[in-house]
Design a protein around this ligand. Structure first.
Ligand SMILES: [Zn+2]
Length: 477
């Protein structure tokens, strides 16, 4: 198999990847702050790192993928204050909505999904270590990380101290020794969630949450830390400073992987521009929309900026229509240990080893579809085989089986092909099936006018009939 290599944000280089423990890959990705529905930008890292986790699981005996839930945060407190809904109700409802949305996008759950509020004790333990070794100090009920105590501060994001101050929109507070010092713990009043601590009743800052949860589930040093590019500073810079100083000698994450930003219609998504879209907005377009959006995301390399448009979603839907049309044919099923099927599937997904090159992997799925179409009608396709550089001559069904196997690594084409073509609308299907049966009866009775009338009626409802050797099938246009 092709060696794994990823672009490491920490070194700004492509590096060969090997886990610290060859038997066990440990991966941490920052999860959602649960106060509102997931928007399209929130979905991108979830899909990208779902593909990474699937790739790693196919190559290593054990993978532990941890993605947290931030359920204590001032944005949540503000939402509760303005809506009157309790904090517990907001975080429970939003977490359930996030889970449902990500399932609809074809994402598998992470192995561990710790909630910040269940991990206050490890946060306090890390803060105590940092105070103990001179990297943090207490002031007016707050505990702050002293950035001047960590000479490497800024190395991950590659920023100068001035750039960091500008980028962090730092709160100027009289109790800070340095304006760049950031909060590890802050006091809570009676109306705000709080926990007892050596510094009084209070709550954690956001950055310490991820340092504590990655430590608890993966140890002080692990293989890959992922997240959106917008988290590099200050969030990831601060996570790294806290963890490296609390656990001297450990390097925290060996690889940092960051996905690029998501634009909508060429602009940064914002409520004021009217281009703000939630995952729910996309899913409401139809049963096809979750998988089409996933394909749209994977057609762009994860480190590049991605522009979402409704046209690109429709284009992705059309591609899935083509794939599922192929899979809906009842092609011969190859033997389970078919060597050619395995070889073709491995070839198709080999680009993922090269810094998760999903656009090329998707292009290779299209090549497998072409190979299957050629195999079914006979002959060979010189153009496709020339590009592939192999002299494959698959039998009918083999390239389709490879297509399905390969697509599984991308979390695509796992659905029932016939249900896809029928739009998944189970309720309306009985009437359509009955009309098709009536049309077949009319044809059997040579009542062509009635058969044509029924077909025209179905066409008007957006139902396309396809008459073939195996009978009549239908799909939504
Ligand atoms: Zn984080």
């Amino acid at each position: 198999m092709t060696e794994l290599a990823f672009h490491n944000s920490a070194t700004r280089r492509r590096e060969a990847f090997a886990p610290i423990d060859p038997e066990h890959v440990r991966l941490y990705v920052c999860g959602p702050t649960v106060y509102d529905l997931a928007h399209l930008g929130n979905a991108r890292p979830v899909v990208v790192f779902d593909v990474l986790a699937r790739l790693l699981r196919g190559r290593f005996p054990r993978v532990t993928y941890v993605r947290n839930i931030t359920d204590v945060d001032d944005k949540i407190n503000a939402r509760a204050a303005e809506s009157g809904e309790s904090i517990g109700a907001i975080t429970a409802r939003t977490t359930a909505g996030f889970h449902a949305d990500m399932v609809a996008l074809g994402c598998l759950p992470p192995d561990e999904e710790p909630r910040a509020t269940d991990n206050i004790a490890p946060m306090i333990a890390i803060i105590e270590k940092l105070i103990g070794n001179g990297h943090a100090y207490e002031a007016e009920g707050h505990v702050l990380f002293a950035v001047s105590s960590y000479p490497s501060y800024g190395a991950l994001s590659g920023r100068t101290p001035d750039e960091m101050l500008a980028g962090a929109r730092v709160e100027v507070a009289p109790y800070k020794r340095d304006p760049g010092d950031f909060v590890l713990w802050k006091p809570s009043d009676d109306a705000t969630p709080g926990w007892d601590s050596p510094w009084g009743r209070g709550r954690p800052g956001w950055h310490i949450e991820c340092s504590a949860m990655s430590w608890r589930y993966l140890g002080p040093e692990f293989d890959i830390h992922g997240g959106g590019h917008d988290l590099i500073f200050p969030h990831h810079e601060n996570e790294l400073a806290q963890s490296a100083c609390a656990f001297p000698g450990s390097g925290f994450a060996r690889f940092w992987l960051h996905n690029g930003m998501l634009l909508v219609d060429g602009e940064k998504m914002s409520k004021s521009l009217g281009n703000f879209l939630t995952v729910r907005d996309i899913l409401q377009r139809g049963a096809w929309a979750g998988e089409a959006f996933r394909l749209l995301l994977l057609k762009t390399h994860y480190r590049s900026a991605l522009d979402y448009t409704a046209e690109r979603l429709d284009e992705a839907r059309g591609e899935l229509d083509d794939f599922y049309a192929l899979l809906a044919r009842d092609l011969p099923v190859p033997e389970a240990d078919d060597a050619l099927v395995a070889e073709m599937a491995e070839w198709a997904m080999a680009p993922l080893a090269d810094d998760l090159n999903t656009p090329l992997a998707v292009a290779r799925l299209r090549d497998l579809r072409t190979l299957e179409n050629v195999a079914t009608v006979g002959g060979s396709d010189k153009a496709v085989l020339g590009r592939i550089g192999r002299d494959w001559a698959p039998q009918s069904g083999q390239a389709a089986a490879a297509l399905r196997q390969a697509a599984g690594v991308l979390g695509l084409l796992a659905g029932d092909a016939k249900a896809w073509r029928q739009g998944g609308a189970a309720d309306g299907n009985a009437a359509i099936e009955a009309a098709i049966a009536a049309r077949l009866a009319a044809r059997a009775a040579k009542d062509w006018a009635e058969a044509d009338r029924i077909r025209a009626d179905l066409t008007a409802q957006g139902i396309v009939l396809e008459d073939g050797a195996g009978g009549t099938t239908w799909r939504r246009a």
